[in-house]
Design a protein around this ligand. Structure first.
Ligand SMILES: NC(=O)c1ccc[n+]([C@@H]2O[C@H](COP(=O)([O-])OP(=O)(O)OC[C@H]3O[C@@H](n4cnc5c(N)ncnc54)[C@H](OP(=O)(O)O)[C@@H]3O)[C@@H](O)[C@H]2O)c1
Length: 271
């Protein structure tokens, strides 16, 4: 076991998760790599071991299966060496909701929400008990323009942002470091899974390489950022967005509806 302990990375068989595996191993973490495709996981594991010599375990799991997810959760809870969770596994769809198979959309929710929630909460509970540990959750810039992405996918990533902010409030004071990462378009298998080229959807100047994304995200983690948006040139833009949200606070719950609804008298609603 290295001094840093181990990092458990879901979705480590390709794309952003594989880039986290590479970078965290180079920082000296041992790894527990989780994904569905065993062959791809082995390829990532072999490369990391050859380059860094750290210890790498792989767990092959279908993270839309609750039985498999509980196996991964059990590893998180029982392995005292695990000091970092990278909650990365996720899928989307290029089709709009109205054209997509509803069972597939439900599997997107299962993976991106139910599983990510289960593993993040399990890690938060375990790490808070040890007063040490970190959780990195992968959201998306889709949360900032839900009108432009598949509605189900955008909603799952908004869940991850809110979950991370809430967990930070609860577990942060107990020594657990939270980060939520909002990537923009990143050159991974995300689109090619659907037979699509990312280049056909975005201009080159909007597409980031996964290694650059992860290097920036880890720099943000080191700097103690809760929300990391690797592409955003000026974090003050995000801070202004949060400030506008917080300014709504005093007006979000009142005993009477707002005047614009015209409900001035108590019985008006039913007259
Ligand atoms: N690429 C982008 O433009 C972009 C932008 C914003 C956010 N993100 C987010 O970044 C995260 C990583 O995505 P990526 O871009 O790196 O895509 P990717 O290359 O397609 O990687 C997705 C990872 O999730 C795993 N996965 C998918 N379904 C699974 C299942 N049922 N069980 C277990 N593992 C499963 C895949 O493993 P297997 O291949 O083994 O199934 C793979 O390792 C996702 O949460 C995604 O929403 C991506």
């Amino acid at each position: 076991m290295t001094e840093l302990g181990s990092a458990l990375i879901t979705g480590a068989s390709s794309g952003i998760g594989a880039a986290y595996a590479d970078r965290l191993a180079k920082r000296g973490f041992d790894l527990v790599l989780v994904a569905h495709n065993e062959q791809h996981l082995k390829t990532v594991a072999d490369q990391v071991v050859a380059e860094t010599g750290v210890k790498v375990d792989i767990i092959t799991a279908d993270l839309t299966s609750r039985t498999d997810v509980r196996r991964v959760e059990q590893r998180l809870r029982s392995d005292n060496s695990i000091a970092l969770l990278v909650n990365d596994a996720g899928i989307g769809t290029p089709k709009p909701v109205l054209d997509e198979d509803i069972d597939f959309l439900e599997s997107v929710v299962e993976l991106n929400v139910v599983t990510a929630h289960r593993l993040a909460v399990a890690a938060a509970q375990v790490f808070a008990g040890r007063r040490r540990g970190g959780i990195i959750n992968l959201s998306s810039i889709a949360v900032l323009h839900p009108e432009q992405v598949n509605a189900t996918y955008g909603a799952t990533k908004a869940f991850i942002l809110n979950l991370s902010q809430g967990l930070h409030r609860e577990a942060g004071p107990k020594g657990v470091k939270l980060q939520v990462v909002l990537p923009g378009a990143t050159r991974t298998e995300f689109f090619s899974r659907f037979g699509m080229s990312i280049d056909s959807r975005f201009p080159a100047e909007q597409i980031m390489e996964p290694a650059d994304l992860v290097d920036a995200a880890l720099a943000g983690f080191d700097q103690g950022e809760l929300v990391t948006i690797p592409s955003l040139p000026d974090m003050k833009d995000w801070e202004r967005f949060v400030a506008a949200r917080l300014a709504l606070g005093p007006n979000l719950s009142h005993s009477k509806p707002a005047a614009r609804y015209g409900l001035t008298g108590a019985g008006l609603l039913h007259s």
